[in-house]
Design a protein around this ligand. Structure first.
Ligand code: FMN
Length: 455
């Protein structure tokens, strides 16, 4: 069995992934705005040898037919939420090895400012930055806040393609890696190695010089999680670590090979994409103890919060449809994944499933041994390169995993014993031996001298 990469999924908010857990006595996410909470979590992850902390993000909020349901605020389903980039920066000085992966939307902000922010984090972290490219789950409300018109689902992916072109032009092409000489008796930078960027496309225009010089990884490690046809295409073309959500191993295996096939179709190697799935667990001293603990989490959910939470991701009010309605009858321009993953099921089934795990993975509930067995079976069955732990309760579930499950996975050789060789997140995650993207990646076409150009 492959040795798995390990990340942790979190959001800078009081709840994560569409379920309500902040009320639970063992949950600390209500401290999402407390620096100490984040630093403690970063230390736990670094000590345990996690490859990265992944901070999800969204800009929008829940609405049902244009009205924000009070339950969304009462239960903190969506807001308040803080900026993951700032939280990641706060962890730079308290971690040395942990990768920091931040979510950034291609929909609401033009590339130029975003590119500098990412490069800054990559410089200051010594090449530990990853970017989770999202077209934005809660697009319909987010665009209003930014004074924009709604962009349809597949158009958002076309925007993502173009956003990436602009970003690569600045990250890879604006400053050559050796442009800065910092020679006190000579020059600071070599003008021959600093290039203007010209981009005029359908969605973005940008002309100028890059603010930030070439960073340790050039382009941050590219994470992606889109599950629709357009999403998989983007993942296959650009993604280096791709999340394929959760579900039965056979479904995940199909999804994983579809993403790898997209990579090959784009001229990359199947192994250029690390395919990862989300896992969640509730660990108990016995199976009965684990079930009791899981029941205590489920008691925090209410039917109103479940309906509002599903609407937040899809814009669909499930309470307006009889429970027997096939999900295939419903449509969305928001997250298609959250509709398509329930193909063949009814509205009633989905309300039930959403109450137990929201957008995330159905938790594995059992003893540490059982959880380790299931993770191994899933990873092997789906041919995964890694897993993204989505803790049910924070930090309780993370600590349980670290103390009880991690040693079992290490003993089986499924997880590396500490950090892998390499200074940068890319080297550790991909094992490529290089901190920058390979020549087969579309970003590399923006480097100087341009491939095929005379020297
Ligand atoms: N979408 C976001 O807008 N923000 C996130 O932080 C985010 N994190 C995700 C993490 C994981 C593990 C997964 C599986 C998905 C995540 N998504 C997030 C959703 C995807 O980026 C994508 O928008 C969603 O799967 C819908 O895909 P589609 O538009 O291709 O249907």
């Amino acid at each position: 069995m492959k040795q798995l990469k390990l990340g942790l999924f979190e959001n800078v908010a009081a709840n994560v992934g569409g379920t309500v857990t902040w009320r639970h006595e063992d949950d600390q996410r209500h401290r999402f705005d407390d620096l100490r909470y984040w630093r403690d979590l970063g230390e736990v992850l670094e000590d345990a040898g996690f490859d990265f902390l992944f901070l999800g993000d969204a800009w929008g909020w829940a609405e049902i037919d244009g009205v924000r349901p009070p339950v969304a605020t009462q239960e903190s389903l969506d807001l308040p939420r803080l900026d993951p980039v700032v939280v990641a920066s706060a962890l730079l000085s308290t971690t040395r090895n942990l990768g920091l992966v931040v979510t950034g939307s291609v929909l609401v902000e033009p590339p130029y400012a975003f590119v500098r922010r990412m490069a800054t984090l990559d410089h200051l972290s010594g090449g530990r930055l990853g970017w989770n490219i999202v077209t934005t789950g809660t697009a319909e409300t987010a665009v209003r806040a930014f004074g924009m018109d709604m962009v349809a689902h597949d158009e958002r992916y076309a925007m993502a393609e173009e956003f990436l072109e602009v970003a690569y032009a600045y990250w890879e092409g604006a400053w050559e890696p050796d442009a800065l000489t910092r020679d006190k008796r000579g020059r600071f930078a070599d003008p021959a190695k600093v290039h203007p960027v010209e981009h005029a496309g359908r969605f973005f225009r940008s002309q100028g010089y890059g603010n930030a010089p070439y960073s340790p990884q050039g382009t941050p490690v590219l994470f992606q999680a889109g599950a629709s046809t357009a999403g998989r295409r983007l993942a296959g073309r650009h993604g280096e670590a791709v999340f394929i959500g959760s579900g039965p191993a056979a479904d995940l295996r199909r999804h994983a090979s579809a993403v790898r096939a997209e990579a090959v179709a784009a001229g990359r190697a199947a192994s250029d994409v690390q395919v990862m799935a989300a896992v969640s667990c509730v660990v108990g001293a016995s199976p009965g103890d684990a079930r009791r603990r899981h029941a205590s989490v489920l008691r925090c959910q209410t039917p109103e919060a479940t309906v509002a939470s599903y609407a937040m991701f899809t814009g669909i009010d499930l309470s307006a449809h009889p429970p027997g309605t096939p999900m295939a009858d419903l449509r969305t321009e928001l997250s298609r994944t959250q509709l398509e993953r329930f193909a063949g099921r009814t509205v009633g089934d989905v309300l039930d499933a959403w109450r137990t795990h929201g957008v995330g993975a159905q938790p594995i509930v059992g003893t540490a041994q059982e959880v380790a067995d299931e993770i191994c079976a899933l990873a092997e069955g789906a041919d995964l390169d890694g897993v993204l732990l989505s803790p049910v309760l924070q930090p309780t579930s993370t600590l349980e995993f670290v103390e009880e499950v991690l040693p079992l996975l290490r003993a089986r050789g499924v997880l590396a014993d500490g950090y892998r060789d390499g200074e940068t997140l890319r080297e550790r995650l991909t094992g490529s031996g290089s901190p920058v993207l390979p020549r087969t990646h579309p970003a590399a076409a923006h480097r100087h001298p341009r491939p095929g150009a005379s020297p």
